[in-house]
Design a protein around this ligand. Sequence first.
Ligand code: ADP
Ligand code: MG
Length: 208
Amino acid sequence: MTVYLSKDAEKFLSGLPVAKSFLCKNYGDAAAFAKKLGFPVVLKIISRQAVHKTDIGGVRIVNSMEELQKAYLGMEKSAKSRKIRLDGLLVQEFVKGTEIIIGIKKDAAFGHAIMLGIGGTLVELIRDVSFRVCPITEKDAESMINGLKLKNLFYGFRGTKLNAGRLKAILVKVSKIPARYKKIEELDINPLIVNDKEAKIVDCRVVA
Ligand code: ADP
Ligand code: MG
């Protein structure tokens, strides 16, 4: 079973900070929730047939009600023309910060391992990652962060001081998920967006 950041993913991510999100069934829902959040907001296609939303134009940052309406209708239309069955369109709060990847993978030899990577889509290019076997302690989480080439982003690099405390707590919690859901093959939080004050999950994929 593969689940996405929707109602299905909530059980895996319980206790973790997820960006405020609402899965909308029509434009009225989207307008009401966007009004509650305030602009900018992010609009996303949610469907089991669209794992990589960006590839199909399924992620848009919108800055006004007019843009939201246009994007909403556009995404509905594009899903229809691609024959993608929508669960709905997600309206999500916009989170500013640096993109972090946290992954869990089941390994035949070690059991579940946790991966921390920095740089969002650039992760594959810069290969700045560290791994540990699950579960981990706060101390392990700290050493994972300190194992990154870009670790100085957490300690004050040119005005950037990402909240390491929040990230550590999240890493520890994520590392305990496999103990509750032993069948998890893969869990990808990509990205968790971290800034100086907070850290929020904006996208997650689970294969269980
Ligand atoms: P997918 O990985 O399926 O293409 P994501 O939900 O990860 O879709 O969104 C793609 C990219 O859009 C993210 O990697 C991030 O750069 C940006 N993004 C997504 N949601 C948000 C958000 N709530 N706030 C800020 N940026 C976001
Ligand atoms: Mg993603």
